[in-house]
Design a protein around this ligand. Structure first.
Ligand code: FE
Length: 192
């Protein structure tokens, strides 16, 4: 049944991270495969973690590793919503579950933020990665102006607690932020 898919993924991720230090990106390929399997079907995400907000995109914590080696987040886009240009400081896997999203990578220069490559579009079942090695700075948006989109994000750390940065597009000036989580706890899901 649906919830088993999530539980099995978390179990596999925990095994994958065993004996790894937080931030070790050698696991990225395998993590990507696990996330790809997770979004093969859209029948497992509880409604509580799929609720949009009229103004802000939501980040619901689905599971946080007790040793902060990974966190799994349901990222819910309201119609037309988008992030600022931001970084993560740890590796991440973005797995599209519902709707679609647009992503553009950037790098910082003296003349502000410059786009790297074309905009890419992520459809359900597809995955994309970020990391300080392969490119960590991007801007993401809901591809739809009239419907909700949801992607499931896996990060190589406790993303809601990590101090990272958003970047001013014109000056490239970084501003520190901590994203937090939209839900206080995800305990209900794990209570069975
Ligand atoms: Fe991001």
């Amino acid at each position: 049944m649906g919830t088993d898919r999530l539980l099995n993924t978390v179990a596999s991720l925990t095994r994958l991270m065993e004996d790894r230090a937080p931030g070790d990106d050698a696991v990225l390929d395998q993590a990507r495969d696990l996330m790809s399997s997770l979004v093969e079907r859209d029948d497992w995400l509880p409604d509580a973690f799929a609720q949009p907000h009229p103004e802000f995109y939501r980040q619901y914590l689905l599971y946080g590793d007790p040793l902060d080696r990974f966190s799994l987040v349901s990222f819910v886009w309201g119609p037309g919503q988008k992030t600022p240009i931001h970084d993560h400081t740890v590796w991440g896997v973005i797995a599209m579950l519902r709707g679609a999203e647009l992503e553009r990578h950037y790098h910082r220069t003296n003349e502000g933020m410059v786009a790297v490559g074309p905009e890419s579009r992520l459809e359900p079942g597809e995955v994309a990665c970020v990391s300080p090695t392969i490119g960590d700075v991007h801007q993401v948006s809901n591809a739809y102006a009239d419907r909700v989109s949801i992607s499931i994000h896996l990060y190589g750390g406790n993303i809601g607690r990590i101090r990272r940065a958003v970047y001013d597009p014109k000056s490239g000036e970084p501003k520190a932020f901590v994203s937090g989580y939209s839900n206080a706890v995800a305990a209900n899901l794990w209570a069975g």
